[in-house]
Design a protein around this ligand. Structure first.
Ligand SMILES: Cc1cc2nc3c(=O)[nH]c(=O)nc-3n(C[C@H](O)[C@H](O)[C@H](O)COP(=O)(O)O)c2cc1C
Length: 191
């Protein structure tokens, strides 16, 4: 698939089918995450692939607790949009039926340029989303644990000895086809 097509077509998918994902596809997605640019080539990423049924159950329980803490924020932010609250609840509590999740962390906890390090990991995440999309696999980038102050627990549980939690990314074949949100005005200038 052409890169531009992948960029324009990719959407956040929060509900997945039961179709399994091959190990070859998981490896291709991971490889894309390892081939991102990074500041002075430090390759600041550390990815934990959660895919065994036991580990997925454990992660779902964790994210369910995240939702419970997040709910008051959502009730306020989306008071006129109960469907969004319901969707977020179903997604966080069941991970949308994702077949696997990649937890992205910083590799180390003592980078002098943490912002730069984060940017490289984010480039890796976007590479993985686009690679997944090019294979017909849906994904959703998720940072809700950070929003409710549970990112430290996630790090201790899955990446002790490494650096900060960056994001959780869910993957699975899409069971929904959301429309692209409208692009906001005034987001660039050419000088
Ligand atoms: C840094 C970041 C954090 C996000 N966190 C969440 C999240 O916690 N839960 C969620 O459902 N979606 C999350 N998203 C997905 C956004 O809601 C989504 O990208 C946005 O609504 C635009 O939709 P699109 O991805 O389909 O273009 C996140 C995306 C980014 C880039």
């Amino acid at each position: 698939m052409d890169v531009k097509q992948a960029i324009l077509e990719r959407r956040s998918i929060r509900k997945y089918t039961d179709q399994p994902i091959s190990d070859a596809d998981i490896n291709d997605i991971l490889e894309a995450g390892l081939y991102a640019p990074s500041a002075i080539d430090l390759q600041h990423w550390y990815y934990v692939v959660v895919k065994s049924p036991e580990k997925m159950e454990e992660l779902k329980q964790f994210m369910s607790d995240v939702y419970d803490k997040f709910e008051p924020v959502l009730l306020d932010r989306f008071k006129n949009n109960p469907a969004t609250i319901a969707e977020t609840k179903a997604f966080l509590k069941g991970l949308g039926g994702a077949k696997f999740v990649i937890l992205a962390f910083l590799y180390k906890d003592d980078y002098p340029d943490v912002k730069g390090a984060m940017e490289g990991v984010c480039a890796g995440i976007q590479n993985m989303l686009l690679t997944a999309h090019s294979k017909g696999i849906g994904s959703c980038w998720m940072t809700a644990p950070m929003r409710v102050g549970m990112d430290g627990q996630l790090k201790e549980k899955y990446a002790a000895g490494h650096g900060e939690f960056v994001a959780a990314i869910t993957f699975g074949y899409p069971a929904q086809s959301p429309k692209a949100p409208r692009r906001k005005e005034d987001r660039f200038i050419i000088i």
